[in-house]
Design a protein around this ligand. Structure first.
Ligand code: FEO
Ligand code: CA
Ligand code: CA
Ligand code: CA
Length: 650
């Protein structure tokens, strides 16, 4: 079975695409650095907004200081000479004090509710604040909270015997293995990281956790169900892919391939469900057999309650997570936050499916960094304007507002309210002629220039019969390796309504027999870029997600297992920093404030070419990280440190 995210096309619209040239002179600008909890803001004053920070490495040749490693098919995590990787938090490990993982996967659903979920993805480290000299605030680089997404389950590995027989207990366990972990972590004197158990902050948010609906869609007819007639409370968040974090200290987790949990066997799937890829069988999770809300024919509004960005306050363990509907309903990859010149909040988010779009939200009100403004900041993401990107052939582009009553989004055209515009975000974007992209994955904002980079992971259907042709922003037909696009907002203001863009890199293997596929990477090679993150020094970290059906075969024969690379955005030079175990995807990366501890997630080690584990032989592909003594491969967070204690990557 192919991973559905790699397979789906739901966009039949005929909006136009374009052709182009590049623009490179990028001005510099200083943006925020967030990470302090709302509770901590109240205690210690405003979070660290490092507006005067200069980039250490931008002008020097020495931004990247390690020696790149070779591609690898070894079943281990490899890092450069002088670095070490330590496993910190594996699927099944208790989030706080709680039941241990059982190697035969016989833990119950109740156990799973308090253990690490499967398939770690985006994550963020929220350092604990501490008092520095005088009244200054410092940020700990050895203690903090980690929020970690658990994107999806491989039910072949999740249960003894896999999915046979299929039971209500297995559905409950599968839902419990989704969502988010909040864990407390600390480093000891020897440089070893540990999960603190028990911790008052630790919690699991799962596919059944009550979550408040907020923003324009809350309480509307679109989200009312039999179980929730008020349309205000959803059970669960699903397919939590990448993430974001806010300057007021909250975590954003993003619902990506949520459509796959629903089935509609009516034989007449409504257009609004088809546009989001809801099908007769979904992705084979079979939850509807024991939880009928996942039957989209019987409960047609239940799917409208997924596809959102969810805000979590990790420092308030009793707080209810919130679905922020003003940010639109798509298959959100991530939600990257920065600030406009006037301190309004800007959130970039991509819709990861072939021929879908890139969006940005700009809040109505400005962020206020004063400690007394926690209440003001709390609901900033409920009021603002959602825009979608049009990449023009001349290297310019614009952000088109998805606002009821504007740009043809009227009742006469099927959009009766802002709630309807947001529930049908994809259709609204079709209507305004957004540019169809080659699967937008992560987005990263340069810490000084404010330039925005976005991975477009691949799209083998680009240019195929009956599919959209190439355009300037998606210039390769049969784009098997993907590319990274970037843009500079007008006036170097992330709230601007126009931008200049270029293709930063066309990924690929220069040894490919087909010149059209080779790309223009400078340095170590890769394809299918997905995770993307700037560290504070301005190094662009790139993580790959080559599907396991393609890994080490065909166009990917020379590239080894999925990997992470460091790239100097000024020169384009790329060096391979990490190779993952067999069958994994490398996704999720964040550092401590001092840059000396790098957290990386290894997702779905041991995934087979069929893209589902074999319950009879779970270690057929990988035994990582527990080795042969373990029962099955497990997704895990690792911590990477330099043996000399230095800054990672320098
Ligand atoms: Fe969950 Fe598009 O990656
Ligand atoms: Ca991804
Ligand atoms: Ca991917
Ligand atoms: Ca994947």
């Amino acid at each position: 079975m192919h991973h559905p995210e790699d397979d789906t096309i739901s966009n039949p619209s005929s909006n136009e695409s374009f052709e182009s040239i590049l623009e490179r002179n990028l001005s510099r600008r200083q943006v925020l650095k967030g990470g302090l909890g709302a509770a901590a803001v109240a205690m210690f004053g405003p979070p660290l907004f490092d507006m005067n920070k200069a980039l250490a490495g931008t002008d020097s040749a020495g931004l990247i200081g390690f020696t790149g490693i070779s591609p690898s098919t070894a079943d281990t995590v490899r890092v450069p000479a002088g670095y070490s990787a330590q496993v910190l938090y594996r699927w099944g490990d208790p989030a706080s004090a709680g039941p241990a993982f059982l190697q035969d996967a016989s833990n119950s659903a109740a156990d799973q509710m308090v253990q690490a979920g499967m398939h770690h993805d985006g994550m963020h480290f929220f350092p604990f604040p501490k008092r520095g000299a005088g009244r200054s605030i410092q940020y700990s680089s050895d203690r903090g909270l980690m929020c970690i997404n658990h994107e999806y389950t491989d039910d072949g590995l999740l249960h003894p015997g896999g999915m046979s027989p299929w039971t209500a207990e297995k559905v409950a366990k599968s839902k419990a293995a989704h969502g988010v972990s909040v864990i407390e972590v600390r480093m000891d004197e020897d440089g070893e990281w540990k999960v603190k158990r028990p911790s008052a902050f630790a919690r699991r948010i799962t596919g059944d956790t009550p979550i408040r609906i907020s923003g324009p869609v809350a309480g509307s007819d679109w989200v009312r169900t039999l179980a929730d007639p008020a349309g205000l409370t959803v059970l669960g968040t699903l397919n939590n892919c990448a993430h974001g974090y806010t300057p007021w200290g909250t975590y954003l987790t993003c619902e990506e391939n949520w459509n796959g949990y629903f089935v509609n066997r009516s034989g007449a799937i409504p257009a609004e469900q088809r546009r989001y890829g809801i099908s007769a069988n979904g992705f084979g999770y079979r939850w509807h057999e024991h939880d009928e809300r996942f039957d989209a024919a019987r409960h047609p509004n239940e799917p409208n309650r997924f596809g959102w960005v969810v805000e979590i306050d990790p420092f308030q363990p009793q707080s209810r997570p919130v679905k922020r509907t003003a940010l639109g309903r798509i298959k959100h990859e991530g939600a990257i936050v920065t600030l406009a010149r006037d301190q309004r909040v800007v959130v970039y988010t991509g819709d990861d499916e072939r021929f879908e779009y890139i969006y940005k939200f700009v809040s109505r009100d400005a962020f206020d960094a004063r400690a007394s403004s926690a209440a003001h900041n709390r609901d900033l993401l409920d009021h603002g304007t959602l825009y979608v990107a049009r990449f023009n052939a001349d290297g310019g582009g614009e952000w088109v507002a998805l606002e009821h009553g504007r740009n043809g989004l009227t009742a006469g055209n099927g959009f009766s309210s802002q709630a309807e515009v947001l529930v049908k975000t994809r259709q609204a974007a079709d209507r305004v002629g957004a540019t169809k992209m080659d699967r937008p994955e992560w987005i990263a904002v340069h810490p000084v220039t404010g330039e925005v980079y976005c991975t477009l992971t691949n799209n083998s259907r680009r240019g195929a019969a009956g599919q959209p042709a190439t355009d300037a922003a998606n210039p390769r037909a049969n784009n098997v390796y993907g590319h990274i696009i970037r843009w500079r907002e007008s006036g170097a203001d992330n709230a601007a309504l126009s931008f200049q863009w270029d293709v930063f890199v066309l990924c690929g293997d220069p040894a490919n027999a087909d010149p059209a596929k080779r790309g223009n990477i400078v340095g170590d090679i890769y394809g299918s870029p997905d995770g993307l993150w700037f560290d504070d020094r301005g190094v662009l970290w790139i993580q790959t997600d080559v599907s396991t059906s393609t890994l080490n075969r065909g166009d990917y024969a020379n590239m080894g297992n999925n990997q992470m690379l460091a790239c100097d955005p000024a020169t384009g030079e790329t060096r391979r920093f990490l190779t993952g175990p067999r069958g994994c995807e490398v996704t999720g990366v964040v550092a401590t404030p001092d840059g000396k501890n790098l957290f990386v997630n290894l997702q779905h080690p041991g995934e087979t070419a069929a893209e589902r584990g074999d319950p009879a032989n779970p270690k057929a592909v990988s035994a990582w990280p527990d080795g042969e003594a373990g029962g099955r491969p497990r997704s895990a967070t690792v911590v990477i440190r330099r043996d000399d204690g230095g800054v990672i990557g320098s």
